[in-house]
Design a protein around this ligand. Structure first.
Ligand code: MLT
Length: 408
């Protein structure tokens, strides 16, 4: 009989957002008349902008015409999108990235989950705590995390991001091989200054680590001093892979498009006394396991960079940032501790003293039909907090504030 990969049995029972969805479904069944408002999973609510839907329609038409039909596309993404990424996301920031360093995909979640395959099984992984659970769970699946006890995986190096260090991770005592950083941060909504990020790039260069930098939320940065890309920092192209997404930038959570930047200068030990480039290995991996993001979706993503697309998506982002500001002000007035929500669509809220994050989640769900994400679900240092997203509709955000005020 076939035997399971027992790393999968080591996983916590449910993926965080699946567990929350399960609890919400049970609640809805028990109380079908209550209208549930979700400020839980970071899913967008505004529709795709007209520039994107027009490009999608055009591409769908092309696919129905013999002269324009396309079958398998390049596994790395079409040149038109890779070039647009370079032209619009990097060149204006003075960052020199080449199109063949861009790998288009169907989501940053898959990319950040899959990229760890390129590293030796005994590599030491460091994550900030609290953390987007995909970084940890994907390493558990590979058998890199060790055993779980006291709320932590014993082979993972945790970098607490807490009030006491102003949510800026300190360098670890143990040298990791791989460091996951996500800024603007999911879940805390906090950012890293240019000098703090430079510190991490320098650390990685000195210690021979690779930084897996998730910048899915960079479009929410409002403060001009905060870097949008890790490659704005000196030396980053030798130590970092960057992950970007159209999900939160242009409402593609249901359409699916993202990209990873794997610089050709990023080389690691080949275990035989030489070096090997991650760009070539990621290319090899993608060609083997992935057939490319759909043509029509890549045309839709390209349209995000048109003048109309930029203006329209900017308006949407500003709407979400307005929600974040409303939520932030209201939470402050309630006297709760609050972080984030200024350069990010997430707000990190301290729960009332007498409770913990899952209990507060349950209370909001059952008493207010309001969904948040319990901080403890993101790691031990998330205990005592919940995450609220600004991705709701303006009406739901206002209604959520009223419901929260009744509870706090
Ligand atoms: C979140 O809520 O943290 C994100 O939406 C999840 C994701 O992007 O996969």
């Amino acid at each position: 009989m076939a035997t399971v990969n027992d790393n999968f049995l080591a996983l916590r029972s449910n993926y965080l957002f699946a567990e929350i969805a399960r609890k919400v479904a049970v609640f809805k069944e028990s109380d079908p008349d209550r209208r549930v408002i979700s400020l839980g999973i970071g899913d967008v609510t505004r529709p795709l902008v007209p520039a994107v839907t027009a490009a999608l329609r055009r591409a769908v038409e092309e696919m129905g015409e013999a002269a324009h039909f396309r079958g398998y596309g390049p596994e790395q993404g079409y040149a038109f999108l890779r070039e647009a990424v370079v032209e619009h996301d990097y060149r204006p920031r003075g960052v020199d990235v080449a199109p063949d360093e861009i790998f288009v995909s169907d989501g940053a979640k898959c990319d950040v989950g899959n990229f760890q395959e390129l590293f030796a099984k005994d590599s030491i992984v460091a994550v900030t705590d609290p953390v987007y659970p995909v970084y940890v769970d994907s390493n558990v699946m590979t058998g890199r995390a060790g055993t779980y006890s006291g709320g932590r995986w014993q082979r993972i190096v945790y970098l607490p991001c807490v009030r006491e260090n102003d949510f800026v991770p300190d360098f670890p005592g143990t040298r990791p091989d791989i460091i996951y950083l996500c800024y603007p941060n999911n879940p805390t909504g906090t950012v890293l200054s240019r000098s703090a990020l430079q510190g991490w790039v320098d650390y990685a260069g000195r210690e021979g680590c690779v930084i897996l930098y998730d910048s899915a939320y960079e479009a929410y940065i409002q403060d001009p001093g905060i870097p949008h890309s890790i490659y704005e920092l000196d030396g980053a192209a030798e130590v970092a892979v960057e992950f970007r997404s159209f999900s939160k930038t242009a409402g593609f959570t249901g359409l699916r498009c993202a990209y990873a930047v794997v610089p050709k200068g990023l080389r690691i030990d080949d275990g035989r006394g030489g070096k090997v480039g991650l760009n070539g290995l990621w290319n090899r991996r993608q060609c083997t396991k992935y057939n490319g993001c759909p043509y029509i979706v890549q045309r839709a993503a390209e349209a995000v960079y048109s003048a109309e697309g930029k203006r329209q998506t900017r308006e949407v982002i500003e709407g979400y940032l307005h929600n974040a500001a409303l939520l932030g002000d209201a939470v402050k007035k309630m006297g709760l501790e609050i972080y984030g929500g200024v350069n990010a669509p997430y707000i990190w809220v301290g729960v009332p003293k007498e409770t913990d994050s899952w209990s507060f989640f349950d209370r909001l769900l059952h008493s207010a039909a309001l969904v948040c994400t319990p901080g403890a679900g993101f790691g031990a240092s998330g205990e005592g907090y919940v995450r609220l997203t600004a991705f709701g509709t303006p009406e739901d955000t206002r209604e959520a504030i009223v419901r929260l005020q009744e509870q706090c």
